[in-house]
Design a protein around this ligand. Structure first.
Ligand SMILES: *Cc1c(COP(=O)(O)O)cnc(C)c1O
Length: 370
């Protein structure tokens, strides 16, 4: 079965092998050397002043960011389940929150954010997804960050990059906290999250808040290549292998290029067989198709063609399906996925099969389209 959900994503064979050794003790020079090397690679990936790894799923990093970087009122951008989650986290942390809500296909506008911040002087942090995975859309996070810092240089910009870090180059000039999670673009099993932090973020957190999620304690320890509590050793060993694999495959910029081309090829090939791309500003992490037969297509993909794609949640359950584009994906696997979607439409009697999807996909990927 081909796993093509936008998280979890498949773990490459060499990464699984790297994680198959005996468990290493975390307070040893051997592990600290691995930790140090991993940190170096992470600085190259995140381009932030500081990085911190946590033994938690992505949501743990979202909570750590809000808890440590928002001290009054959080502005959360809700164009989907993950944006909504930031508001719930703020409430759980005893913070106030103001929400800008849109339909799941609609990104927030820079103007709406600016106006909300101007009208609410208590807002001291904003949390927004770069790629909102609920509907697969891209928010204009860099523009928002720039505009907000012009109004208030002290406002903290928390960017959830769980389906963006490792997918595309992110300009972190005005971002204070950039979050990644292991099981999405980083091609690892779940359980590790990473936060890239600006110097202003480290300054604002002071001695930190919370206990396990206290980022100040982690920054202090991780600068010395160790962690405050037991590190997720196996996942960090896997992460180093992933980051080395990306290097060996031509580097991170090459991966960004390939991902962007793959995203274009998938979306264009599915549109060529009459399908509709759901979000108005699609993220590069996934292609989301809204379709009245979304459930049937997903079922056929799984049962007849060995392809596992994700559906929708809440009000989009049964209305969309989402195909992963993150990671090191060989073209022959991705080509099978778009072909399988076309075969499913034929099985449903919607369209006579003629191979258009794989033709368009291959032409774009292999540069035969001009
Ligand atoms: C998956 C995801 C999360 C949640 O991460 P978990 O690892 O499931 O806790 C948050 N934000 C985005 C954009 C995601 O895709």
């Amino acid at each position: 079965m081909l796993l093509f959900t936008p998280g979890p994503t498949p773990v490459p064979q060499n990464v699984r092998n790297a994680m198959s050794d005996e468990t290493m003790h975390h307070r040893t020079p051997e592990f600290e050397a691995i930790f140090e090397q991993t940190r170096k690679h992470l600085f190259n990936l995140f381009k932030t002043d500081e990085v911190v790894m946590l033994a938690s799923s992505g949501t743990g990093a979202m909570e750590a960011a809000v808890l440590n970087l928002c001290h009054n009122t959080l502005l959360n951008v809700n164009s989907g389940k993950f944006g909504e989650r930031f508001g719930k986290i703020a409430s759980a942390c005893g913070l106030g929150h103001v929400e800008i809500k849109n339909e799941w296909d609609t990104p927030v506008s820079v103007e709406a954010v600016v106006e909300t911040v101007k009208n609410n002087p208590n807002i001291d942090a904003i949390a927004v997804q770069i790629s909102e995975s609920a509907g697969g859309l891209r928010h204009p996070v860099e523009e928002i960050a720039k505009a907000l810092k012009e109004i208030n240089p002290n406002i903290m910009i928390i960017a959830d990059g769980i389906t963006a870090v490792g997918v595309e180059k992110i300009d972190v000039t005005h971002i204070d906290c950039l979050i990644a999670g292991s099981q999405k673009a980083l091609m690892l099993p779940p359980g590790l999250s990473i936060l890239g932090l600006s110097n202003s973020a480290v300054e604002k957190m002071g001695s930190g808040r919370g206990y396990y999620l206290n980022l100040a304690s982690e920054v202090k320890k991780q600068k010395q290549n160790t962690t405050a509590y037991t590190a997720a050793t196996t996942l960090i060993i896997g992460l180093l292998e992933v980051l080395q694999t990306i290097e060996a495959d031509g580097g991170i910029d090459k991966l960004y290029e390939k991902t962007a081309l793959r995203a274009k090829a998938v979306r264009t090939s599915l549109q060529a067989i009459g399908l509709h791309s759901y979000p108005t500003t699609p993220a590069l992490s996934m292609t989301t198709i809204d379709d009245e037969n979304a459930s049937e297509i997903r079922k056929l993909l799984k049962e007849d063609f060995d392809v596992n794609v994700a559906g929708g949640q809440d009000h989009l359950k049964g209305k969309i399906f989402r195909i992963n584009q993150m990671g090191l994906i060989p073209p022959y696997k991705m080509a099978w996925v778009v072909n399988a979607v076309e075969l499913s439409l034929a099985k449903l009697g919607r369209r006579k099969y003629d191979g258009t999807a794989s033709k368009v996909f291959n032409e774009i990927i292999f540069g035969l389209d001009n």
